[in-house]
Write a new protein. Structure first.
Length: 150
């Protein structure tokens, strides 16, 4: 069994708080020492109470699933003898109300991969994506539908 942690910190400052007019800006600190400025999404909590330039949980969720998929794809491609020069994904998450609750129902991955030398055929690349999805710890942990367009 493995465990993972993050330290989340928020401070009220001089805001009243009970009027709901306080900053949602906060910090995520990770074990390697990296600190990420975070906030609620401006789609959920209007500006100026959200911090638009900070990462919000919904964006982080999409990025984490995309990153997990990519890391397994790179590993599988290397084992298959393929050389990848670059991998870029403009992943998109969609949130909607289901049974009265908001949830991220779909994430679409849009990877663009540049190979050095011979690129694999469509079937081989599709198989790599399928196996990457099956191996991704995060994809195996969520009910969000994940699609891959390549």
């Amino acid at each position: 069994m493995s465990s993972f942690s993050a330290e989340i910190t928020w401070e009220r400052g001089d805001a009243r708080f009970t009027d709901n007019r306080y900053s949602r800006g906060h910090r995520w600190a990770f074990d390697g020492g990296h600190v990420v400025p975070a906030s609620s999404s401006p789609h959920v909590v209007p500006l100026p109470y959200s911090v638009e330039e900070n990462v919000d949980p919904e964006e982080a969720y999409v990025a984490a699933l995309s990153s997990c998929h990519m890391l397994f794809f790179l590993s599988l491609a290397a084992k298959a003898g393929l050389v990848i020069d670059s991998y870029a994904d403009k992943a998109v998450g969609e949130m909607e109300k289901v049974d009265g609750k908001m949830q991220v129902t779909r994430i679409t991955l849009n990877p663009r991969i540049t190979y050095s030398g011979q690129a694999p055929d469509w079937d081989t690349e599709a198989d790599l994506h399928h196996r990457s999805h099956d191996l991704c710890f995060l994809a195996n942990s969520v009910k969000t539908q994940i699609e891959v367009n390549f």
